[in-house]
Design a protein around this ligand. Structure first.
Ligand code: DLL
Length: 409
């Protein structure tokens, strides 16, 4: 562990100590920048949880004066109150730099046209990508979410080369094009598609990559820590490069909190190294992934990667004592080729679980229904019902909700 990292961590602890929440936490635990001489010392800092941000007034995490805050964003709040994040000028610049790295990795160039199919306003995706793409020298079409017909018209009209969209919207876009006999390979000028903000399924991504004929790259981030741009995938795949000059990643056992070794799957914990207005120390992201070092062929200087995020710890369902992640259900459902790529799991009781699925033709497929029910029973020992919904059911203006657990409502 390099001295440089320790110096960065120490600096981050010092910056955080100006925020009321951390001032108390650090004092209570007799920790200050000066006590951090090694990674062991750093690990004495208790984790920060989303609940800490939600349970305090937002300014409890503000480590500068309000006059240094140039902008606020907040999380999409699909699971409770949205969490607020503060950005200084320098925080915004660092963030833009990260997204410019994402464009570079995706092979996008100055002069290309970039369409931002993500929400604007408080959601960090829209403004973040728009500003960064402008700074990168691309022409931006800041269209936002929804209205698929218009999205496609603009993709054609402006000869768009790159897009960012939330993961669940890409199948909706593809579905529209298929229904209207539009072939993106011959009719659009796309070079790369960036997706993020939600998990995707590998099979879905393979299908969509074939359909669009360009790389589909995952961009990871969360609004508590700048938004999209914490980690980014290059065309060589195999996970996402973490921008370790700005974040220190750890993987922990989500139950015990123990720090896990390289390649182990667990919850991602992030410490910001550069954030001015709202540094976070050992922040539990809730995202399940792994961390590994690799010499990637893209020659990126960022050697640490995280695996794709398929699950969140708070999406884990406990059905009659057994832990089940949505991705395990998706892995089974998507073996049926007739199934459309978004789904929703509604749990009313342990023995009352409904899968809302759509077929690619928007019609009920009897054999697939029987097979899915049987396979989920066989593999996961869970009894589910299937409710067929039209593909439009998933066309929502924002992130799709994958799990509705009414037992905890
Ligand atoms: O979703 C920021 C973002 C915008 C990322 C656009 C990428 C593109 P939040 O609304 O705060 O911020 O949600 C953060 O979304 O903790 C993950 O659970 C999930 N997430 C983000 N990126 C990915 C990804 C934005 N590439 C939460 N793959 C995170 C899977 C992702 N899940």
């Amino acid at each position: 562990m390099g001295n440089e990292l320790i110096a960065q961590l120490r600096h981050s602890v010092e910056m955080a100590s100006h925020a009321p929440f951390y001032s108390k936490l650090l004092k209570d635990n007799n920790i200050s920048g000066e006590t951090i001489g090694s990674i062991i010392d750093f690990r004495k800092i208790p984790f920060t949880k989303k609940g800490d941000i939600r349970g305090n007034i937002p300014s409890a995490f503000l480590s500068t004066s309000m006059s240094c805050v140039r902008r606020v964003h907040s999380s999409s709040g699909t699971k409770g109150n949205p969490t607020i994040s503060y950005y200084s000028d320098s925080d915004i610049r660092t963030w833009q730099e990260h997204l410019c790295r994402a464009f570079r990795m995706a092979g996008l160039k100055k002069g290309d046209v970039f369409q931002t199919i993500v929400g604007f306003g408080l959601f960090s995706g829209g403004l973040g990508f728009e500003q960064a793409a402008e700074q990168y020298g691309m022409t931006v079409v800041p269209i936002g979410m929804g209205n698929t017909q218009r999205q496609v018209e603009y993709l054609r009209m402006f000869h768009v080369n790159g897009i960012i969209t939330i993961s669940s919207y890409l199948p909706i876009l593809a579905n529209y094009m298929k229904r209207h006999d539009i072939d993106p390979k011959s009719e659009l000028q796309l070079k790369a598609i960036l997706i993020g903000a939600e998990p995707f399924h590998e099979k879905t991504r393979d299908e969509l990559r074939d359909f669009f004929g360009v790389p589909i790259l995952s961009v990871y981030g969360l609004s508590e820590l700048e938004g999209p741009g914490v980690a980014v995938e290059c065309p060589n795949g195999n996970g996402m490069h973490v921008f370790t000059d700005a974040y220190y990643p750890e993987i922990i056992d989500p139950i015990t909190g123990d720090v896990l070794g390289e390649n182990c799957e667990g919850e991602l914990v992030l410490t910001s190294l550069k954030r001015e207005c709202m540094p976070l120390l050992r922040y539990r992201t809730g995202d399940i992934t792994s961390l590994y070092r690799t010499k990637c062929e893209c020659m990126s200087e960022f050697e640490w990667k995280i695996g794709y995020v398929f699950n969140r710890s708070d999406d884990m369902l406990i059905i009659r004592g057994v832990n089940i992640y949505p991705s395990q259900i998706k892995d089974i459902v998507y073996t049926y080729d007739c199934i459309y790529q978004n789904l929703q799991i509604v749990v009313k009781k342990d023995d009352d679980i409904t899968l809302k699925i759509a077929s690619k033709s928007s019609e009920k497929v009897e054999n697939a229904e029987k097979g899915i029910i049987r396979d989920i029973k066989n593999w996961l020992n869970v009894t589910v019902k299937v409710e067929w919904v039209p593909t439009e059911y998933f066309d929502v203006a924002g992130k799709s909700v994958c799990v509705i657990d009414e037992r905890t409502a």
